[in-house]
Unconditional design. Sequence first.
Lengths: 167, 167, 167, 167
Amino acid sequence: MNKRKIIAVSGSNGNDRNLDERILEKAERTGFLIAERGGILVCGGLGGVMEASARGAKKAGGITVGILPWKKEAANPYIDIPLATNLGFYRNTLIANCADCMIAICGRWGTLNEISMSVSINKPTVVITGTAGVSDILSGKDLLRKMRKKPLFVKTPEEAVEAAFSF
Amino acid sequence: MNKRKIIAVSGSNGNDRNLDERILEKAERTGFLIAERGGILVCGGLGGVMEASARGAKKAGGITVGILPWKKEAANPYIDIPLATNLGFYRNTLIANCADCMIAICGRWGTLNEISMSVSINKPTVVITGTAGVSDILSGKDLLRKMRKKPLFVKTPEEAVEAAFSF
Amino acid sequence: MNKRKIIAVSGSNGNDRNLDERILEKAERTGFLIAERGGILVCGGLGGVMEASARGAKKAGGITVGILPWKKEAANPYIDIPLATNLGFYRNTLIANCADCMIAICGRWGTLNEISMSVSINKPTVVITGTAGVSDILSGKDLLRKMRKKPLFVKTPEEAVEAAFSF
Amino acid sequence: MNKRKIIAVSGSNGNDRNLDERILEKAERTGFLIAERGGILVCGGLGGVMEASARGAKKAGGITVGILPWKKEAANPYIDIPLATNLGFYRNTLIANCADCMIAICGRWGTLNEISMSVSINKPTVVITGTAGVSDILSGKDLLRKMRKKPLFVKTPEEAVEAAFSF
């Protein structure tokens, strides 16, 4: 069996006004580190965090898979394997299922959908805080104290990828 | 075309320790009111909030549909139409898609998954606060202030069902 | 648990030129007999065989569920519970999974997709011959002799429904 | 956008007694030719035709994607990217959707399910005859004469791959 880890990066599409260069750099750095360690990057294949992380993975010579909601043509230019699922938003659940671990950056309701699925099915789930959006909302002080299962909150791409490969 | 509204009730399964009689009564009341107004109740078909809401709907003579993850045999006794999807957790997304509106009560990561899908696809989504779990977490003061799309937070089954039928 | 059998009727949409009044009467008769015996009719919710079978079920006072590919508005007028899956053609597989038994009438590639799924997952699958389309193609003399698993071929709605309830 | 063609190979799992060395060689040859022309091979990731075609693609230095029904561990050793969908048999439909073209070899009901989906959604679909199973059944003289849409029947891997890249 193939031993390479499959790591999903979940996060905002390019039209999220919360995104800025600093956040996208973290996404790119995350993708770079995943690929550098031999991981296969899986993401939703579109813009924003998905594109930045895929760009990072390609800079490190990695392989990138885009699990697209509809057409292949919507894939960002850094996706090696654009899979046109025709599953629409159901593809969020597919991303969570086919990854060994998920790393979330920024994000809105779609990212929350992916994080919640990933935690539901007991996949290791890492959230990079300081990236705005649902990633910061979920990390609010004691917000999840009553939840038995929780994502891991980390502050940097380095910590996120280190955690992803240590599970 | 069939004009009856299809209302999803999303919430914890029976093994959630957050559930108590008071919350289950709210779930039952919600199901009752949905059916009383002629709505079709859709839920995940299992225990806890799902069972209580289906029981309520049957007390009002309504129709209940259970979108089950796996086997039909897992349906609670108040489900008229147990649909064994074999979709596992993907069925959360199916519940959000096939309903005209979603009402959430209590809940954990699975319920958060359904709420986030429902909001993502622009379905009217109502959360009953004071029911513990993710329903109370999401309603935290100003928590979602930076999210453009939000569920509607209400305090009672009456308000929830009134809202569900007014969209 | 709900003890009513869920029977899927699979067959051509209304634009199939193979369909004629005689075939649609068989579909209607099939739906009628399913409902008369207390079964819940599940189908794809659209026109042609789906509509005729749902009309038959309603004439017998039964319950009809339409597993629609996209919008609820596309449901035929005889569907009590129109479920807008947004699964597109994946909904064929959902129909096969959620039924206890499938009955096929006429049909093209979509029906063949449903029949083949139903047989794949070991659901009892009945094909009414003499209804043109893939139902007649599959029943060709000895065509499936080398297949270990086969649908049951019958000549009338009465035989089909009798078989569906005897599994 | 990524310009590499994604070609699905659909066919029997390893426990199909119809499979013999000659058929598996055709599957391997098909995978080899797909990769040689720069295509990405997608398949169901398991044994038999899936494994042989993936082995062929790897011999030509290609990339192979396995769309697995459940666990990643079930992937054959020639799969670079094993995607554990947890979609069970729904993954057949995913394979048809994410490929630009499908090539079928031998096969039973699952392969027929994939062929029928591929034709339903108007994907170019090529069946290699002389490989037993449903591939030979469908190619029977005049069997599909009344079907408006048909797969293309060819006799060799060379013709199949030539056709797949010419659509």
